[in-house]
Design a protein. Structure first.
Length: 283
């Protein structure tokens, strides 16, 4: 039997598997079984909690001087992912509850580099690190660089944003509502993204305020996506032409997040985290 903790950040949910001695190597089949919402525990992703120095990934082990704990994140289909914005908050909450980290600031190793998490009033704020427009020349020339076709819909332009993981952000044109979108299957993206891409569909609510739905690669539609919320806010900010450091409010089906651009082409994500259950699961 393997110990687990279930948690979520704005209803983007995860199963955390403590592996403090680094003896467990989760297989894709095991991750799929854990994440299965009918035959398993149910989750958008699975996070193995392991000391950074014990990672089998050399690039991750190199972060051990800056972060004691590695967030070994897997999508629900068992595929590896660089990191997860909502997952970092849940991970930090778990470390603090278990006495594995102390203080109001925690550093976490991820496949996308070290992330710093702060305790704030709404829960936790994580410096997601550097971001960039994946094709800045096309973005500044045309405002977009991809085309996205949702299921049963027409192609719409999208902007690709690299958050350490890939995103395609769509500002919905008039006449298409968020609630109308069919996200039961992956949207078609052109040019095709060989490693897959998270797709965010956005509707402006007001100044500095957007709502979004997301289809995550390797998962499907989720109630929230932290890096997706950041990508959506940064893309909308880019389209607005006012690229200042004002915070953005992002409403997702699972709640509300705050995205704050930082100097040096970095961005911070703030929101809640909750640990809801502990138990044992047979792998």
């Amino acid at each position: 039997m393997t110990r687990f903790t279930k948690g979520h950040g704005t209803e983007n949910d995860f199963v955390l598997i403590p592996d403090l001695e680094g003896t467990l190597e989760l297989t894709p089949a095991q991750v799929q079984r854990i994440a299965d919402r009918h035959a398993g525990l149910g989750a958008d992703g699975v996070i193995r909690v392991v000391r950074t120095a014990l990672s089998t990934d050399e690039a991750v082990r190199a972060q051990s001087h800056d972060a004691e704990w590695f967030m070994d994140y897997r999508n629900a289909d068992g595929s590896l992912a660089e990191m997860c914005g909502n997952g970092t908050r849940v991970f930090a909450d778990f470390l603090r509850r278990e006495g594995l980290a102390f203080g109001r600031q925690i550093t976490i190793a991820t496949r996308a580099g070290v992330k710093t998490v702060r305790v704030v009033e709404e829960g936790y704020a994580v410096d997601l690190g550097p971001w960039r427009l994946a094709d800045e020349a096309a973005a500044r020339a045309d405002g977009f660089d991809l085309m996205v076709r949702p299921r049963h819909g027409k192609p719409v332009p999208a902007l690709s944003v690299d958050m350490g993981n890939p995103h395609a952000v769509v500002m919905l044109p008039e006449g298409i509502e968020l609630e109308q979108l069919d996200l039961t299957g992956a949207p078609e993206v052109q040019p095709e993204q060989r490693e897959g891409v998270n797709v965010e569909f956005v509707r402006a609510v007001g100044p500095g305020h957007i709502a979004m739905r997301v289809h995550e690669r390797g998962v499907g539609e989720t109630r929230s996506c932290g890096t997706g919320a950041a990508a959506a806010a940064l893309a909308t900010r880019f389209w607005s032409g006012v690229e200042d450091l004002s915070p953005w409010t992002v409403d997702v089906p699972g709640g509300r997040l705050t995205v704050t651009p930082l100097p040096g082409q970095r961005v911070e994500l703030a929101g809640p985290a909750a640990l809801v259950a502990d138990g044992d699961f047979p792998l």
